[in-house]
Design a protein around this ligand. Structure first.
Ligand code: GLA
Length: 409
């Protein structure tokens, strides 16, 4: 028996106290305020965001905290409980390719300025209980915390409405894509800034939608249903700046181009598209190995599963979504090829121990898996997963509980 390691979320007051103390011990005086933003889990809808598709995330109770004070000049000075020393730069020097963790922070200020907002320099202290590199969007949590902090100190007022928050999403996503250089699709930033406590958020990434259409909150009442969402951080290495994520994205763009479409979303017959069978037939002559067709089959089927999953949740039938989670995992494993041994082991073990559904969550290649379990079975499932990892000689995973939590504030 290997004791499962649980990773508790800090109460908001504790996170605030930590960054306040870190700020005052690193810089003279006090911060102007403290803000925070959550990591996320994606219930379903994986690798669909950059295909103009659907995703269904919830916010984690685990948050990244920032204490911040504006400066008179354009200098940015940052300290983090998770990093040595002070990260410093002038905002005017921030440009694509900036390096270090500060690029995620200064990048948000850069993107807000690019969007025409007046944002100056600042001192800030950061601390987080969102596990790093675990596929739970620690970088988006940092970006979103910076976005709401700068929104407040610069008096932009964007965080006050969902429509304004979509502008903050754009800024945080540009910071990640253009400054930090990770070609991600916007799911993580949208989740951190737009999810609501007690709800999942049905995101639709078709271009040109209003805020009302692009993010629809769906009540996700796990408690009443007697269910718990268990997250397992496999501790298997995971990174987006490496080539695999970009390669998947490029394959999707190539397939869309061969089909004469702007995005793979447009294959859907419901949007007047050609349907999956014709799309696969048209790709065949260009696709000797079948790779493009597998990628397309995943994306198109995943968008469909996400819509169906959201409908069940809307009807109060969260206990019935399990088969969609499993089908999503199988598709990500076999067609999209982004799973790994550790993720498969969580899913197989959870399903064998009574989970209603389980799947990898996030980009894959390591990171985390989720399992939907009856509340009474949480400890049994966690124990079985911890034992399976020990038996396989793998690093011990960490376990988190994920009630749908509040957005950046
Ligand atoms: C990562 C990216 C997101 C999304 C997911 C896969 O989390 O940051 O934009 O593409 O992978 O669904």
């Amino acid at each position: 028996m290997t004791e499962p390691q649980w990773l508790e979320a800090w109460p908001v007051e504790e996170g605030a106290r930590r960054v306040d103390e870190l700020f005052t011990s690193s810089f003279d005086g006090s911060p102007e305020g403290v803000w925070s933003a959550p990591g996320r889990v994606n219930l379903i809808g994986e690798h669909t965001d950059y295909n103009a598709g659907l995703c269904l995330p919830t916010a984690l109770p685990h948050r990244t905290f920032i204490a911040l004070r504006p400066r008179e000049d354009d200098r940015v000075r940052l300290v983090s409980a998770q990093a040595e020393g002070v990260w410093e730069a002038n905002l005017s020097d921030i440009a694509p390719g900036a390096s270090g963790w500060g690029a995620y922070v200064a990048g948000v200020a850069w993107a807000l300025a690019e969007a025409g907002h007046k944002v100056g320099g600042f001192d800030a202290a950061v601390d987080s209980c969102v596990p790093f590199g675990a596929g739970l969007s620690s970088s988006a949590a940092l970006e979103a915390a910076v976005a709401v902090a700068l929104d407040a100190v610069a008096g932009l007022g964007l965080a006050a409405s969902d429509a304004g928050r979509t502008e903050l999403v754009d800024a945080t996503r540009r910071a990640e894509n253009e400054i930090a250089g990770a070609p991600t699709g916007g799911l993580d930033q949208s989740a951190s800034l737009r999810c609501r406590e007690g709800y999942a958020l049905l995101l639709d990434f078709r271009p040109g939608l209003s805020a009302l259409e692009s993010g629809v909150p769906v009540p996700f009442d796990l408690d009443t249903a007697g269910l718990t969402l268990l997250v397992v951080d496999t501790k298997a290495e995971h990174s987006h700046v490496d080539g695999e994520y970009g390669a998947r994205r490029a394959a999707c763009e190539q397939a869309a181009k061969l089909l004469g479409l702007d995005s793979l979303r447009e294959i859907a017959p419901a949007l007047g598209g050609m349907g999956i069978d014709r799309a696969l037939a048209e790709l065949e002559p260009h696709d000797a190995e079948g790779v493009l067709r597998r990628r397309v089959r995943h994306v198109v089927s995943e968008i469909d599963r996400t819509a169906r999953f959201a409908n069940l949740v809307r009807e109060g039938r969260a206990a019935d979504v399990g088969p969609f989670m499993l089908a999503s995992h199988v598709s990500l494993r076999d067609d999209y090829e982004v799973s790994c041994r550790e993720l498969d082991l969580v899913v197989d073990t959870a399903m064998a121990t009574g989970a209603l559904g389980a799947r990898m969550t996030g980009g894959g290649f390591g990171g985390s898996a989720i399992a939907l379990v009856n509340r009474a079975d949480v400890d049994t499932v966690a124990q079985a997963v911890a034992d399976a990892f020990a038996d396989a000689g793998l690093t011990a995973p960490a376990f988190l509980l994920a009630p749908p939590s509040a957005p950046a504030a």
